[in-house]
Ligand binder design. Structure first.
Ligand SMILES: *[C@@H]1O[C@H](CO)[C@@H](O)[C@H](O)[C@H]1NC(C)=O
Ligand SMILES: *[C@@H]1O[C@H](CO)[C@@H](O)[C@H](O)[C@H]1NC(C)=O
Ligand SMILES: *[C@@H]1O[C@H](CO)[C@@H](O)[C@H](O)[C@H]1NC(C)=O
Ligand SMILES: *[C@@H]1O[C@H](CO)[C@@H](O)[C@H](O)[C@H]1NC(C)=O
Length: 471
């Protein structure tokens, strides 16, 4: 539920106002339905969180998932391990040993911990009500692959074009992925989305498995009935977490068949090699499942010189992905970890005695707290020049309007409901900028039925409105 308790009922003083710009929200014109916002604690990052003091553990979890004091993230992406051990930052597999071939009885091993991803997941589900869990394998275990190694590329034995003396491992890999879901189910966490690839165009020194679109479609045709037989017909198969938006778009032709027959549930893409600028050609929900500034030195700033880690820039990246590229979910790479880069939104200090949120987190929060799962994006017109404007109708009837002012101009902005069929009963506005950290703004009623506040330069302001239909 939207935190309506914190909404301030506005006083309808009829003060004449010279509105400098007006945004009109059109609830009749609807776009995609949102699935949510999220992040990951994979590659043993969850272990770093769990090694913190109990107070800092709670603070970290609140920053990620709490809907009143944190970002209220609604999606957690977990890594399904493929490595034989947990050395370095390996994600350990649930079947380290080859059971003796693709048709042998499996020899699964479950430590109930999964590099602390179980802890983060059960906290997310039980304490904060998160319902969307994306379990995503980077690779199959090495013995199932052409190169006999879970790292360094190679492909799944049995897909078209593969050649393996060990046989066809496709059904064994599908069973293995289903077993991972079952381990979580037994702990009370329902995995909602399942991915079997990560960056399938990349061969690298950590877990990686190559796949073309055709090979992915071939495996999806096996995985879907395997899930259904195990009573997981509600689990959506994702594909393919390509490194960039354009690469994923390029795989869609080969995925048309599994899209049309319902086997594929959600299209997933990262933003490293190409950023989302236009929709991927699919009727399915499309998620942006991984992006981060991997290189830049740690910054917690909102705006200083438009550097790669700054909050305002991330607010606009989220805008482009949702409004221009039609995504229904946005995930930053890592939530909480140590180290001096921007690969995460929240940094564990080197002495491990503090946890430091960046404005990237608050940029995300200004979306994720107000655009809840199930919200539909709706049309807007007007707005200040240089601003990016978006609007969403939540399931509970509240409407949130985001105004990202990337320019320096400050000005009054009025938000109105279009069509004269709705009046605004309650409203609040929230600001993110360089200085404000819990920025609730005053809103005023305008004499034409709108609500108004000042949007300063280089800021993001979110209006939350409760419209009521007029009789
Ligand atoms: C979230 O934060 C608020 C405010 O600090 C706190 O009262 C609440 O207990 C926290 N936890 C949850 C699950 O909301
Ligand atoms: C399948 O799931 C349904 C709904 O969760 C449950 O009622 C049923 O017992 C399950 N069947 C099996 C075979 O697990
Ligand atoms: C946007 O995505 C939705 C699914 O979330 C799809 O139905 C719709 O066709 C897409 N629109 C465009 C313009 O691609
Ligand atoms: C928006 O961002 C600011 C940080 O600049 C943060 O303090 C504020 O809580 C965020 N708003 C919400 C509602 O998340």
């Amino acid at each position: 539920m939207m935190s309506l308790v914190s909404l301030s009922l506005i006083c309808f003083f009829l003060v004449p106002i010279q509105a400098q710009s007006t945004i009109t929200v059109d609830l009749a014109k609807k776009y995609q339905t949102m699935d949510g916002f999220g992040t990951s604690e994979t590659f043993q990052r969850a272990n770093q969180m769990r090694a913190l003091s109990p107070e800092l553990q709670r603070y970290s979890l609140d920053l990620l998932f709490n809907r009143t004091s944190g970002a209220g993230l609604s999606i957690l992406r977990n890594g399904i391990g493929s490595s034989p051990d947990s050395s370095a930052d390996h994600m350990v597999t649930i079947q380290p040993q080859n059971p003796g071939g693709p048709n042998a009885a499996p020899k699964y091993v479950w430590d109930g911990n999964d590099n602390s991803q179980v802890w983060v997941s059960t906290e997310a589900a039980n304490t904060y009500g998160v319902q969307t869990f994306y379990a995503n394998a980077w690779s199959a275990p090495g013995y199932m692959k052409t190169n006999n190694n879970d790292a360094n590329g190679g492909s799944l034995c049995g897909v078209p074009g593969s050649s393996c003396s060990s046989g066809d491992w496709r059904q064994a890999y599908a069973n293995y992925l289903v077993q991972y879901i079952t381990y979580y189910k037994e702990l009370g966490v329902d995995i909602s989305h399942l991915g079997f690839l990560n960056e399938p165009g990349l061969t690298t020194s950590y877990a990686s498995m190559r796949s073309s679109g055709r090979q992915a479609a071939d495996f999806i045709a096996i995985l879907r009935p395997t899930l259904d037989r195990a009573n997981y017909s509600n689990v959506k198969i994702t594909c393919c977490d390509s490194e960039g938006w354009n690469q994923q778009a390029g795989m869609m032709g080969d995925l048309k068949g599994v899209e049309a027959n319902g086997a594929l549930g959600t299209v997933t893409a990262h933003s490293y090699t190409s950023q989302p600028g236009s929709p991927i050609n699919s009727k399915l929900p499309v998620w942006q499942t991984e992006n981060a500034d991997l290189q830049g030195p740690w910054t917690a700033a909102w705006y200083s010189n438009n550097g790669a880690g700054e909050g305002l820039l991330w607010a606009t990246k989220i805008y482009d992905t949702i409004v221009r590229a039609n995504a229904t979910a946005y995930l930053y790479w890592i939530g909480v970890q140590g180290g001096a880069t921007n690969s995460k939104m929240i940094r564990i200090s080197d002495d491990k005695k503090s946890v430091i949120p960046s404005k990237r987190l608050w940029a995300m929060a200004n979306w994720s707290r107000f655009v809840r799962p199930g919200a539909q994006r709706v049309a807007t017109s007007g707005g200040p020049s240089e601003a990016r404007v978006s609007a969403f109708e939540n399931v509970d009837g509240t409407v949130s309007v985001q105004v990202i002012q990337t320019g320096t101009a400050s000005g009054a902005v009025t938000v109105k409901m279009g069509g004269n069929t709705f009046t605004i009963k309650e409203a609040s506005a929230w600001i993110t900028d360089n200085t404000r950290d819990v920025g609730e703004l005053e809103v005023e009623a305008t004499n034409d039925g709108g609500v108004k506040t000042t949007v300063p330069g280089r800021s993001m302001v979110t209006f939350v409105l409760k419209p009521e239909a007029q009789n």
